[in-house]
Write a protein that binds this ligand. Structure first.
Ligand code: DCT
Ligand code: MG
Length: 467
């Protein structure tokens, strides 16, 4: 009699494996009793599994086979229970968690951000800021290999709850390559890293950073302008031989405003505006604040909202209607509407999509100071409003959980969720769906919790996703 441990494995995978085994004639019990001869766990360490097993008070635990999923998959392949070998067993650890001494080693940190809890409290900000300068520099140089190394290193440090005080403190941490360690050591020992300082004072780095701070300007365009010998935004803007697209033109016009961080109070005021505007289209519209603000950030570079309507298909005209209403209210400064290209039949996408296929729009809105709670309208000010970047996305209601998980970020958290799904679970995750490659099925989800459960991951709250 086989028992599959649901923890880490997740409910849906457990259900699937149970039916698979039963279809091959195996006896699988959903409850853990003394009838069970083979306990099978997936993705659980001995230190996690054994304390749990002991709490179940099984009389025969010592005589029960406690096995890793490899025994199960080999048995499925063979269509019969294969003999248990030593490498299949999850051995009872010598020292149990319960009796662990206070100074025993802390549990290991996962290489995946989706298995770490990363709040906004970051006692290693000096180090992560430095590593992020290297990330940015790699992005400017199009060197993607080292880029992800530095990104992962910075992300691991962000999950720590204490400041590193020497390089030895990094022992046991994943994703820290030699280059990252050199920088960490230099900063801990001398307060700064020569490699980072060199980048910060490099003219090309400074110029590309300045140019890419304009809405609609990516590293390629910035590089083109730099090669022409341009060094300031004034030089670029007044160069009559350059052609700017609509987005870049808006980026220059509202540069000062949209480079200013958006506050939580401003995000809330915008939420009210969007909610009211969308309600003219349908009273059933729901609006969710997502992106960095959902992760608890106090400031953002934009405000991201998901809009849904319960009736299938009704979302089709939603964003064009919202845009029209914002325009008629005189608060639409810029809009770039992208029609949905979502097609369930074309899923799953094997490419790491830069953007999802849902209907969406990138806006610049005029936010009046009087609508923002706690903000004084300064009579001496030449105007009583500011320009703000707002993104809206309108997925079909049944795609909401995937869209919410994808748009909540952080970008590194999303990258690691997808990498984890692919490498550890044989699944493809994106903003639209979760696809199980072993069973060739789409896994349904109404909530983010469902998606984490399908992946066999502990649920990570949005404010713990600041990876
Ligand atoms: N996202 C995505 N596909 C992209 C880019 C982003 O699914 N190509 C997700 C990840 C984060 C989320 O959308 C919102 O993006 P941003 O607004 O860029 O990030 P943020 O975390 O909200 O940061 P900020 O606070 O600066 O707005
Ligand atoms: Mg955002």
């Amino acid at each position: 009699m086989v028992y599959l441990v649901e923890r880490r494995m997740g409910k849906s995978r457990r259900n699937f494996l149970t039916s698979l085994a039963r279809s091959k004639g195996f006896c699988v019990d959903n409850t853990l009793s003394d009838k069970v001869t083979h306990i099978v766990a997936e993705g659980m360490s001995a230190n996690e599994l054994w304390p749990w097993l002991e709490e179940q008070n099984l009389p025969q635990l010592d005589k029960t086979n406690v096995l890793d999923i490899t025994w199960f998959t080999e048995s499925m392949r063979a269509d019969r229970p294969v003999p248990v070998e030593e490498q299949h067993r999850i051995q009872r650890p010598a020292l149990q968690l319960k009796t662990r001494l206070p100074d025993s080693p802390v549990p290991t940190v996962s290489q995946y951000a989706c298995q770490r809890r990363t709040t906004l409290d970051n006692p290693n900000k000096v180090l992560t800021d430095a590593l992020e300068v290297l990330v940015e520099n790699c992005e400017f140089n199009d060197s993607m290999g080292p880029c992800s190394g530095f990104r992962r290193a910075a992300s691991v440090l962000k999950s720590l709850t204490t400041a590193l005080s020497c390089l030895q403190d990094t022992a046991g941490l994943p994703c820290l390559g030699e280059e990252s360690k050199t920088i960490i050591e230099e900063i801990i020992d001398c307060g700064s890293s020569s490699r980072v300082e060199d980048i910060l004072s490099d003219e090309r780095y400074q110029t590309l950073k300045l140019f890419t701070s304009v809405f609609g300007v990516g590293p390629k365009t910035a590089e083109k302008w730099y090669r022409r010998g341009l060094r300031s935004l004034e030089q670029v803007y007044s160069d009559s031989s350059l052609h700017f697209n609509r987005m870049q033109t808006a980026g220059f016009i509202y540069y000062e405003d949209i480079s200013k961080p958006v506050t939580v109070a401003e995000a809330r005021a915008l939420g009210c505006i969007i909610e009211e505007t969308a309600s003219y289209y349908s009273s059933g519209v729901s609006i969710s604040l997502t992106g960095g603000f959902r992760r608890g950030k106090q400031f953002g570079h934009d405000v991201d909202f998901i809009l849904t309507v319960p009736e299938p298909g009704k979302e089709d005209g939603l964003l064009p209607a919202v845009i029209d209403t914002l325009r008629s209210q005189g608060i639409l400064l810029y809009s770039d509407f992208q029609e949905s290209t979502f097609d369930l039949n074309k899923l799953p996408s094997r490419r790491f999509e830069a953007m999802d296929h849902f209907q969406k729009c990138f806006l610049i809105l005029k936010l009046r100071a009087g609508l923002v709670e706690g903000q004084q309208v300064d009579p001496g000010c030449r105007r009583d409003w500011r320009a703000v970047r707002v993104d809206l996305v309108a997925p079909p209601a049944e795609r909401y959980a995937f869209c919410l998980l994808g748009w909540s970020g952080s970008t590194q958290f999303e990258r690691d969720l997808r990498r984890f799904a692919r490498l550890e679970r044989g699944m493809l995750l994106d903003n639209h769906a979760l696809y199980d490659k072993t069973t060739n099925t789409f896994l349904q989800a109404k909530t983010e919790e469902d998606i984490f459960a399908h992946l066999g991951l502990d649920y990570i709250e949005p404010w713990q996703r600041n990876a």
